[in-house]
Design a protein around this ligand. Sequence first.
Ligand SMILES: *Cc1c(COP(=O)(O)O)cnc(C)c1O
Length: 456
Amino acid sequence: MIMTSSESSNARRGLPPLDRLLNHPAVACLIPLYGRDQVRVQARRVVEDLRRRLAADPPPSEAAAAGAVAGLPERIAAELEALLGRPLRRVLNATGVFLHTNLGRAPLPAAVARRMPPLLDAYCDLEIDLETGRRGQRNGRVERLLTALTGAEAGVVVNNNAAALVLALAALAKDREVVVSRGELVEIGGSFRIPEILAAAGARLVEVGATNRTRLADYEAALGPATALLLKVFPSNFRLTGFVESVKPRALAELGRRTGVPVLVDEGSGLLRPHAAPQLAGHPSLAELMSAGCDLACGSGDKLLGGPQAGLLVGRADLLQNCRRHPLYRALRPDRTALAALEGVLRLHLASAPLPLDRLWPDPQAHRARLERVGLETGAEIVAAEAFLGGGSAPEAPIPGEALALPGDDALLARLRQGDPPVVGYLRQGRLILDLRTVAPEDDEALLGALRAAKS
Ligand SMILES: *Cc1c(COP(=O)(O)O)cnc(C)c1O
């Protein structure tokens, strides 16, 4: 093989030829992640850069030069990562916060995730009736399951709860008035603020009551010929306490029925049915909102429901038909990945099967045995710790229980975060706390491995 002049000068300085570098196992494994072209370009850049540094006057020491050559694969990987980002990774969440927005909100039940690949790497009967061969209803399955689970007449599924709210407002209240309590004009996160959502949907906001108190009479006084909807929002990411008063969904629904104005409740977390946990005692489920007579209710798919990102809208069939006919519906519809995951999760709810959320309230004895097992191998102690639903769901209501504690600092926390698999815990009074209530028991071995590696 004939070397180019730069390759022959590389060879003189101990730099590997590009092709040999690309075949180095630590570089070759980058090709499936970033593509041969990108890896080649970055490898050439890194080698050229090193060649310049080796040619500097005075030159680096032999040892430094050898170290730099040996470190080439690592440099190439770092450059590619900086340029194209790291692939998404599975993370063990040992924070005890179930809905961690930064970690992807709710984990799918393993049983659902396992059934997904064959539905995704081929075609599926998303929109065809296999019996007749005719076109079917794409969202029909999940919508029927939703009505069975909530007692609603009908359901509509879109990309997320923000989309559900926008769709309902655009379809039912465009150029008309929506009455909302001043205590519920909340920001949910990012730029999702109720007044702005209303404006984006073309509806006019009519504020009633005061920040801390709103009564039924306030809503009643605001009703007029232009009123399209009464909107109630469960501001799940904060609580007003003290001298407060708000109108219960049932009372608002009665007012709506009496005056012929539909009531929409943004429940937020996609809680389908009442939950026994005391932390959720004050939070109405979609089923309860339906039986209280609310015309529509909406919630997220990836919060307490424990599914994929989705927005669930349930309630009166005639109102939801208007939502389906609105042009935005087509723009907001979920893809088959989300629909397949949502269907799987809804079927688990229907079967009352265990879900990842239930791990927040483990059997105390079984949980202690688990902590002892993991703790024994790592010298961790068992301490009292609070878990949380998180994600704007009853944030102020801690779930008491136990977790593991190890001597630790920011450095250990960072090593765990950068380990394999990455583990996210938290520090409390100079100790690393690992709350296993948000870790699947099947992941205990992987957690132990990551912990051993981070401590050594
Ligand atoms: C979380 C939340 C939303 C937004 O839901 P997304 O699915 O994230 O769009 C809206 N309203 C309430 C009350 C919420 O808690």
